[in-house]
Design a protein around this ligand. Structure first.
Ligand SMILES: [Zn+2]
Length: 352
């Protein structure tokens, strides 16, 4: 049996936001939730709680209250909200539409060089996060518990063991931060298991599915997306983007747009690694899931797989793709696939 967890990181852009926080986060999340309700997809929102705390300190009460209301509404209608920690918000300062913070504050495990001090920071933050979500959500769902976690920027490391043991001390059961095979600055998941779900220390890991294709497969699957993105760069379509990731990538204005578009197309078309994200190409999503489950007897064994989305970066084309992916998944796996929230998985593990 495959259990597929639709998850979305409920967060703003960390570099800068071109729109108001309402437009950058609340509106696209409302669209995603509406689509999920229509197709009876339970969604787990990983709420970037430290952002909400910081915005409250900055006096952005309207945004924070609307966000809290949206999270409550999501839980009241059968979705789930769990903990996502981007610790840099605690020390972030605003700079125009952007944010400024020291790089070491981006990951939980590098907040302090001294291990004990770091542990104290993580303890305090996890405790605050759990208390905050439970106080916010129990009025709408009496037995709500914060039991699942996703590390901000997938930064489980370094000090993974420490982090997992602290999470477990605070009652968290499930982690969903790992994309097997994924490697990017600050993250190296090249040595992780590629199973659909495994016990990782005191927690259970629900990986975000991923696949490495042959160059030929990658081109066949990716050319449409590569073309679309290159055209957006060529036509200089910044209006579509609601914000920028951190660290901000300076665009070299001396390089003409056609050249940047060509470079992007070239690197994108040669990218053989893909993870299961709510993108605009449903056939890519379908293939990633198929590849990830290849070699697993998913009819007979319990498989746990997550798909990740970022509402801040989603538009109507993403929602259309998501519905197509959902329908194909039901066709492809029939009675062997079910949907659940990560909170439901954690509750089951406590019972079982
Ligand atoms: Zn995040």
């Amino acid at each position: 049996m495959i259990t597929l967890y639709y998850t979305a990181d409920y967060e703003l852009f960390m570099g800068c936001n071109h729109l108001s926080p309402q437009q950058a986060l609340l509106e696209p999340t409302a669209d995603l939730l509406e689509q999920c309700e229509q197709w009876q997809i339970p969604l787990t929102l990983f709420a970037d709680v430290a952002c909400l705390w910081r915005f409250r300190q900055w006096g952005e009460h309207d945004f924070v209250e609307l966000a809290e209301g949206q999270l409550q509404q999501a839980v009241a209608t059968g979705h789930d909200v769990q903990l996502h920690l981007h610790p840099h918000w605690l020390v972030a300062e605003r700079q125009g539409k952007g944010f400024h913070f020291p790089a070491n504050a981006y990951a939980l495990a590098t907040m302090a060089t001294d291990e004990k001090e770091c542990a104290r920071h993580i303890h305090a933050l996890v405790q605050q996060g759990v208390d905050y979500l439970q106080a916010l959500l129990r009025p709408v769902k009496a037995h709500y518990r914060c039991t699942a976690f996703r590390a901000g920027g997938y930064r489980l490391d370094p000090r993974r063991e420490l982090l997992l043991s602290i999470l477990s001390d605070h009652g968290l059961q499930v982690d969903s931060s790992i994309i097997p095979g994924y490697r990017q600055a600050g993250v190296d998941f090249s040595q992780e298991p590629t199973h659909p779900g495994w016990v990782m220390g005191p927690m259970f890991e629900v990986p975000i599915a991923a696949a490495t294709f042959t160059p030929w497969q990658a081109r066949r699957l990716g050319w449409r997306g590569a073309w679309r993105e290159a055209m957006a760069i060529f036509l200089q379509h910044p209006s579509r983007q609601r914000g920028e990731a951190w660290p901000l990538q300076a665009v070299d204005a001396t390089v003409p747009a056609w050249k940047r578009a060509y470079w992007h197309f070239h690197s994108r078309i040669n990218r053989t690694f893909a993870h299961l994200a709510m993108g605009e190409d449903p056939w890519v999503m379908r293939k990633v899931l198929q590849h990830f489950l290849q070699g697993t007897d998913w009819k007979e064994t319990d498989c746990h797989v997550a798909i990740i989305g970022h509402p801040k970066a989603m538009f109507s084309s993403h929602l259309t793709a998501l519905v197509q992916f959902h329908r194909w998944s039901l066709d492809d796996y029939g009675p062997h696939i079910r949907l659940a929230t990560l909170g439901e998985l954690a509750a089951q593990r406590v019972k079982g």
